[in-house]
Design a protein around this ligand. Structure first.
Ligand SMILES: [Zn+2]
Length: 192
């Protein structure tokens, strides 16, 4: 027996097919099997993915070029079936379901994008009135540092501080030594 999640997924996929077909008919675009294969692969990911992951997923079952994956992803983004997230190092995608919430954590150090959920914030956003606008998707990106990068940065900072302190100590010791030397020299000249 199919689980609720499987049923939900297949309903989602069916709806996405319908929306894509409607869009392609309206815009006189060719309804190629490649486009539907890319859509199916996109909807098989429950979460973020990049073009390489999508290519690997498709490669095993369908002959499709990377170029046509990119063009289809652009098409799906235009139709609103996929969310596109441009990060400095790469582009992340996620399937988009009508009215769905997309919360992300974006790390400025490593460029990683992660999904997260927050029920109360989700409710608040969905109840928020948006004047003269029909929302089809909600996205929120929290920019900052991931815990991994934060630990690394703190470690680096600690090491640097330690080095600075050691250097300062060495410089001070050097100064004291040369001051002593100068003192000796002075004594010598005073005696002569
Ligand atoms: Zn990071």
């Amino acid at each position: 027996m199919a689980s609720t999640k499987d049923t939900e997924d297949s309903l989602m996929r069916e709806e996405a097919h319908r929306v894509l077909t409607e869009y392609m008919t309206e815009h006189h675009l060719r309804k190629t099997p490649e486009r539907y294969a890319v859509l199916n692969a996109v909807y098989s990911f429950d979460g973020l993915f990049d073009a390489d992951q999508l290519y690997q997923q498709l490669e095993s079952q369908f002959r499709v070029s990377r170029a046509s994956i990119y063009t289809t992803l652009d098409l799906l983004a235009r139709v609103g079936l996929v969310v596109r997230n441009q990060m400095p190092s790469k582009v992340y995608y996620e399937r988009n379901v009508q009215g769905q919430l997309h919360f992300y954590k974006a790390c400025t150090e490593c460029g990683k994008l992660e999904r997260f959920s927050n029920e109360s914030m989700g409710r608040l956003i969905k109840e928020m009135p948006v004047r003269r606008f029909h929302p089809s998707m909600y996205a929120l990106t929290v920019v900052g540092l991931c815990s991994h990068c934060l630990t690394n940065i703190n470690r680096r900072k600690k090491r640097l501080d330690k080095k600075k302190a050691l250097n300062a100590k060495a410089a001070l010791a050097g100064k004291t030594a040369s001051a002593k030397e100068r003192g000796k020299e002075r004594n010598k000249t005073d005696k002569s």
